[in-house]
Design a protein around this ligand. Structure first.
Ligand SMILES: [Zn+2]
Length: 195
C-alpha cells in the first residue's frame, strides 16, 4: 500500500512539474558544455531514463554493470550524429518517453534478460535520446561542447542510478530499487499520455 502511495505521489509530482516533464518541447536555444550538462537534468524524460539505465544495470549485474552505462552515452552520441546528418527517424519523442516507462517497468519487475536483449534495447533508447539533439545541433554555436556536456551529465546520471541500485542490493530492502523502478514507470506512463 505504501508502495502504491509513493508511486502515486511521484506520478502526481510529475504532473505538477509537467512543464519540466519534457526536456525538449521544441525550443532549443542551448549552447556550450554547461548548457549540454544541464539539459538532461532539465526534463524528467531524460533524467529518469538515464538514472534508470544505471539502476537496471545494477540489477542485471555482470558485464551489464559497466556495458550498459557505457553503451548508452556512446550510442547516444551516434544518434546525435545521425540526427545531425539530416536522416529522419520516426516516433522520436514517443520513443524517448516510452524508454522511461519500459526501463522503469524492467526495474520494477526485475526483468533480467541476457545482454543480447538488454544491450540492443538500451542502444535503441540511447539512439532516440541522442537523435533528438543531433537534429537541433546545426543551429547551435558549440555542438561539440554541448554534446560533451550532455554525455558527461548522462554518465553522471547512470552512476547515480548504479550507486542507488548497488546500495539497495546490499541492504535487505532490495525492493527499494524495484519501487524506484515502479515510480519511474508510473511517471513514464503519465508522460506518454501527455506527449
Ligand atoms: Zn533533450
Amino acid at each position: 500500500m505504501r508502495r502504491i502511495a509513493s508511486t502515486a505521489s511521484l506520478a502526481l509530482l510529475a504532473t505538477a512539474f509537467s512543464t519540466a516533464a519534457f526536456a525538449h518541447p521544441g525550443d532549443h536555444s542551448h549552447i556550450g558544455f554547461a548548457a549540454g550538462f544541464a539539459h538532461p537534468l532539465s526534463g524528467l524524460d531524460h533524467l529518469l531514463a538515464m538514472v534508470a539505465v544505471g539502476l537496471w544495470a545494477s540489477q542485471l549485474g555482470g558485464r551489464a554493470l559497466w556495458l550498459l552505462p557505457l553503451a548508452f552515452p556512446a550510442v547516444m552520441a551516434a544518434g546525435a550524429a545521425i540526427g545531425f546528418s539530416g536522416v529522419t527517424l520516426p516516433w522520436v519523442e514517443i520513443g524517448i518517453t516510452a524508454s522511461v516507462l519500459v526501463l522503469g517497468a524492467a526495474i520494477a519487475l526485475t526483468w533480467r534478460p541476457s545482454l543480447a536483449v538488454s544491450l540492443p534495447l538500451i542502444g535503441l533508447f540511447a539512439l532516440l535520446h541522442g537523435y533528438a539533439h543531433g537534429v537541433e545541433l546545426p543551429a547551435q554555436a558549440s555542438a561539440l561542447g554541448y554534446g560533451a556536456g550532455f554525455v558527461a551529465a548522462t554518465l553522471a546520471l547512470h552512476l547515480v542510478g548504479l550507486a542507488i541500485g548497488l546500495a539497495a542490493n546490499r541492504l535487505p530492502v532490495r525492493f527499494a530499487a524495484r519501487t524506484a523502478g515502479g515510480a519511474i514507470a508510473a511517471v513514464g506512463a503519465v508522460l506518454l499520455v501527455t506527449v
